[in-house]
Write a protein that binds this ligand. Sequence first.
Ligand code: PLP
Length: 483
Amino acid sequence: MTHQPFDAAAASAAYNNALQVIAAVEPTIAGAIRAELEDQRSSLKLIASENYASPATLLTMGNWLSDKYAEGTVGHRFYAGCQNVDTVETAAAEHAKALFGAPHAYVQPHSGIDANLVAFWAILAQRIESPALAEASAKHVNDLSDEDWDKLRKALGDQRMLGMSLDAGGHLTHGFRPNISGKMFNQHSYGTDSETGLLDYDEVARKAREFKPLILIAGYSAYPRKVNFAKMREIADEVGATLMVDMAHFAGLVAGKVFNGDFDPVPHAHVTTTTTHKSLRGPRGGMVLCQPEYADSVDRGCPMVLGGPLSQTMAAKAVALAEARQPSFQTYAQAVADNAVTLAEGLMKRGVKLVTDGTENHLVLLDVSSYGITGRQAESALLDAGIVTNRNAVPRDPNGAWYTSGVRIGTPALTTRGFGADEFDKVAELIVDVLSSVTPTTTAAGAASKAKYVLADGVADKTRAASAEILDKHPLYPGLVLN
Ligand SMILES: *Cc1c(COP(=O)(O)O)cnc(C)c1O
């Protein structure tokens, strides 16, 4: 069993009643919620960052915990009457610590990007001795005067961060120019080897020695391989950097012990950030785990960059983390990784070029240029056929970050539905059928369009029918019936 077992009759009643209550006020919204379940059930969801949380996790988010303000931390709130939020936040943090073997967990961040902001400021506060920073982090962001910001900027000076480049698979919060991380820090990046597509630790070490970053970031959104975090820590230690690992994408593989030893970031990083809604299969949110020396600074996420926590989401994090502590989650995580290998092999044996020629995690990055199409055309044509993916740049992408030459796919969601090797091999076949039936439209000037295309007649219908057959055998939320 790869999904979380649940009481289908009780869940059906809960959702039907909830939808009735919502429809009485705003039927459009009840209709959209209903339609979303139908869409999720009927599409082949291969988006590497998505999953299906359990009904228990989802139901935990719709209640009056949402109505409570609880700025501060457990035992140190800026509002009265936070006893139940304290229970919730304590439970979520305890589950996170136990699951990941982390000395400290901060479960308030609303998303992955918020978790990274909390981590950046915590590292700055910890590493840079400055009264301006101490003063600023004791105030609510809204209370910082222009003069405070001025002092802050001077105190921060020219702090340096070294992270994986976006086109090699890094995330925009790791120093990409248009993101705040690229504005706050003097940022440099490391890429991947131009031949193998693999992370080159010698290059990371060389850049770290040259650049002397305050923060070395590891982690990715579109790199299909494991990262050796013990090696990254050695590099960080050699140059006096703080090692921050952003495991947003692969936290489920860490939780499920598929990534262990040198590949488990938590014991090696000073600070580890994550989302909770990707491979970890929890509610939409973020978390920061850290070594004891960073705990006080991390706990100051509110008021530094956060306001009141989403108590209902912290509660759902506790539920999802409790699920992830069960042995069945390890079975799930191993299946996610095994299925990714099947999917990669299924694509390669049918002639698809993959970045790094394979995978060691939950995701596969296709280079679709050999089909004479862009990532954007591939993404759209696959969607026409009911296969949901996202386009993604490949290293040194000639088509840039908008059109791209790649498509990223992942196994966490369909593995939750119970897909195994046979199903993923069939998925590979369907993807190849679609990709080989796409022809770019020719523009008036005679060039191939990067966006428009024609999908050969009948391919979309045939693919939809074939995927419906597999999807029907692996229902999403089995037994959950909306009336
Ligand atoms: C998804 C992701 C994030 C951002 O998460 P959000 O919840 O969308 O803000 C941050 N870092 C990495 C590596 C990610 O993959």
